[in-house]
Design a protein around this ligand. Structure first.
Ligand SMILES: [Zn+2]
Length: 476
């Protein structure tokens, strides 16, 4: 029906000028959509791309694209759109750590405080992967798997890895890594496997070649040990060695020159990741991107009262439209008597990082959903296209600290992230409530979880169940 008929009908029926005006707006919007669409089609044809497997069906504004989304995004009239393809032909790919790399990390006995860091964590995690549809899962070899160290000393990839490590860690830290690697220290071999696995998986997720899955969904789930998010630029923390997530995030920020998001959902405040991000953002060179960390926590972090006070004042000053330097000066004046650990909080908030402090028992499904939603909105506002998720399953109900997130809560978190249309690379951090686990391999990968003895393969605790909840969303 044409616009004029619409308009006449409206006038005849109710003589409403307002209705006519609304119809004009609708018409204008349709024209914009249609011209945007032509522009996108032209761009696809001009590029002769083979990466869009079937005619793209429609455009959708970011964020919160729904359905199955391609990795391709386009800008039309300075606004970002996703391309949406038919879900019937869409391919989902979940990149995971190879069996060889898992075995190398399992060879490290772990232990740590209260013998929390046990190989059973990774057995449960690997079993969760085996329960996914095999066609979706793709194993990625890390450089240690591909290397022949005996023939090359140092191996050819070592200098590249040192460069990657050096963005997150100090020279002294990287020297220690080198020494322990050549001494074949079991913990360092596990940590190097963890970081090179996260790097290899993120290579796949952010690679233009994954556009082959346009219309589908491509993500990564690096189930690794030991964790890394407490490690600072120059210091290892208990239960952590190399800060794998920050090494990968900084490499992405460096190579793409775009802002990269890090979402930390471990029950413990990361600290290390924020210190690395602050250092990077201060020292980054022209053409490199910043890194923004959003941290949801219930323990070991800055107290909620002070964080909320700083966040409220920052939001108030921001509304005055000050430039960054004046804004910072206002914050310094307001919190002139802040103690050093409080000043760190002010630094984080002024550097666009987000803190979500909860009382440990308040860290439940709703809290995780709310914090994840706010984080995604914040990332999108800052132009983030890739999010690294420090996945700490010690926020699960039943784990040591007493947080109250259930498998359903982690599932909803994963759904929000997936619907954002952004590239996602998850890496395991904490999480110790494995429970009893007999450690047996799954006889046939790909069996539905409902057909399996869940306690036997995932353990009796919530760790494996929460992990499976996240993985199943990424594999849908
Ligand atoms: Zn933790």
């Amino acid at each position: 029906m044409s616009f004029s008929v619409h308009c006449s009908a409206a006038l005849l029926c109710c003589s409403s000028a307002l209705l006519c005006f609304l119809l004009s707006l609708l018409k204008a919007f349709s024209t914009l959509q249609s011209s945007a669409w032509v522009s996108v089609q032209k761009r696809i044809v001009a590029a002769q791309t083979k990466t869009i497997p079937q005619p793209v069906q429609k455009l959708q504004r970011l964020p919160f694209c729904r359905g199955s989304w391609s990795q391709e995004r386009v800008h039309v009239k300075k606004k970002r759109f996703c391309l949406m393809a038919s879900s019937a032909d869409a391919a989902t790919t979940l990149f995971v750590v190879s069996e060889l790399a898992h075995n190398r990390m399992l060879a490290w006995p772990g232990g740590g405080a209260a013998n929390m860091e046990v190989p059973a964590r990774l057995v449960s995690a690997r079993n969760a992967i085996h329960m996914l549809p095999p066609a979706v899962v793709r194993e990625v070899d890390d450089v240690l798997n591909l290397s022949s160290r005996e023939q090359d000393d140092p191996p050819p990839w070592w200098s590249t890895l040192e460069t990657d490590l050096s963005r997150a860690h100090t020279h002294g830290f990287v020297e220690d890594v080198r020494t322990q690697f050549f001494a074949e220290d079991p913990e360092m071999m596990a940590s190097l496997t963890a970081v090179t696995s996260v790097l290899a998986i993120s290579d796949q997720v952010v690679s233009p070649s994954t556009l082959g899955h346009a219309g589908g969904f491509t993500s990564g789930l690096a189930l690794v040990r030991p964790a890394g998010h407490h490690s600072t630029p120059d210091r290892r923390a208990p239960l952590c060695v190399i800060n794998s997530v920050m090494v990968a995030a900084l490499r992405e920020a460096h190579s793409k020159g775009k802002v990269v998001g890090v979402l930390d959902v471990d029950v413990h405040f990361a600290t290390g990741s924020q210190k690395i991000a602050l250092r990077w953002n201060e020292q980054q060179e022209a053409g490199e991107g910043r890194v923004i960390v959003a941290d949801v926590y219930g323990a070991m972090g800055p107290p909620a009262r002070f964080v909320e006070k700083v966040q409220l004042y920052y939001a108030e000053v921001q509304r005055q439209g000050l430039d960054a330097a004046s804004l910072r000066a206002e914050m310094d004046a307001e919190f002139a008597s802040a103690k050093p650990h409080e000043r760190e909080v002010i630094d984080m908030i002024c550097d666009s990082h987000l803190l979500f402090p909860y009382g440990v028992e308040e860290l439940n499904d709703d809290a995780l959903l709310e914090a994840t939603t706010h984080s995604v909105e914040h990332f999108v506002k800052h132009g983030v296209e890739t999010i690294f998720i420090s996945l700490g399953l010690d926020a699960a109900a039943g784990d040591r600290e007493g947080a109250q997130v259930h498998p359903e809560g982690f599932k909803k978190m994963a759904q929000v992230l997936r619907k954002s249309g952004l590239k996602l690379i998850f890496a395991l951090e904490g999480g110790y409530h494995v429970g009893d686990l007999d450690g047996g391999d799954i006889k046939s990968s790909g069996e539905g979880v409902e057909e399996l003895d869940v306690n036997r393969f995932l353990g009796t605790g919530n760790f494996g169940r929460c992990l499976h909840a996240v993985a199943s969303i990424l594999a849908e």
